[in-house]
Design a protein around this ligand. Structure first.
Ligand SMILES: [Zn+2]
Length: 281
């Protein structure tokens, strides 16, 4: 009797241990992947006095306000800032180059959030700062990844963000004012490729890691005109595109919601899927 009782006690202890262990494993399996598999990349340059703006714009200004412990014992800080809509990592709302285009507050959220297609043209741009991304470049991405750009947030990786925040190497000139514009040199999207995207692929949005979707030497801004005319939002001065793979990046790009705005400061981030880490691509 006492033996069988002892056995039964031992068995129940074993059963309890197994149950606790299995429960722990179950909950670990529920929780751990959420932390282990999520990799987020910030595709945004910080706003500061060194933020790069177009030569004809005024830069970002932060006016420091309160910054102290109050008489009541709590700490309090509050600043003011001013900025042009178009500078640093920012949105070009379709209204920027289209009188009937959507303003910043009117862009549907579905255009700002979605799967990215990162098109790498950095090799061509390294030897030609005036490079314009071609239809072939875009189709090469489709061939290599066996997918179309339809419904994607297309991000053009020229490699230019590595030059940030050096205005001379990033823009091609460190001069300010209207006379500096003719000295701008950096890659962009060709107007023909922009129109091809609009007509045949309908991307959610398009972004680039240079100061403008039109290359620096453009004088008619035709890529802007073609994209804005079709209500395709544009993201400019995107950062860290060299840290994300060509596919498997889910992008969230939420600009400041300026009523009637032609653009505005943008916070853009990307979540990389586990099986698409850059070094495992
Ligand atoms: Zn812009």
């Amino acid at each position: 009797m006492s033996v069988s009782r002892r056995l039964s006690h031992a068995q129940s202890v074993t059963w309890l241990s197994k149950t606790v262990l299995l429960s722990l494993l179950y909950y670990a399996a529920q929780i751990l992947p959420l932390h282990a598999e999520e990799t987020w990349v910030d595709l945004t340059h910080s706003f500061s006095e060194s933020t790069i703006f177009w030569p004809t714009e005024t830069g970002f200004r932060l006016v420091r306000g309160a910054n102290k412990t109050t008489a009541k014992g709590y700490y309090y800080a509050a600043n003011r800032f001013s900025t042009a809509e178009h500078g640093g990592t920012h949105l070009d709302a379709p209204r920027h180059f289209s009188a009937s285009g959507q303003t910043a507050d009117a862009i549907p959220l579905r255009n700002l959030i979605g799967e990215a297609a990162v098109v790498d043209v950095s090799a061509a741009c390294a030897t030609n700062p005036d490079y314009q991304v071609t239809i072939d470049d875009l189709m090469n991405w489709e061939t290599a990844n066996r997918q179309q750009l339809v419904g994607r947030i297309v991000l053009l990786r020229t490699g230019w963000s590595q030059r940030w925040p050096n205005r001379l190497t990033y823009l091609g000139t460190d001069q300010w004012g209207p006379s500096a514009v003719k000295h701008l040199h950096f890659p962009g999207l060709s107007p023909t490729a922009a129109q091809w995207l609009v007509d045949h692929r309908r991307p959610r949005a398009i972004g680039i890691d240079t100061a403008s979707i039109d290359h620096g030497q453009s004088t008619d801004f035709a890529a802007h005109v073609n994209l804005c005319g079709a209500n395709v939002p544009i993201f400019e001065n995107v950062a860290n595109l060299d840290a994300v793979p060509s596919t498997g990046v889910f992008v969230i790009a939420l600009p400041m919601k300026i009523a009637g705005g032609s653009g505005g400061p943008l916070r853009i981030v990307g979540r990389i899927s586990t099986d698409h880490r850059p070094n495992g691509e």
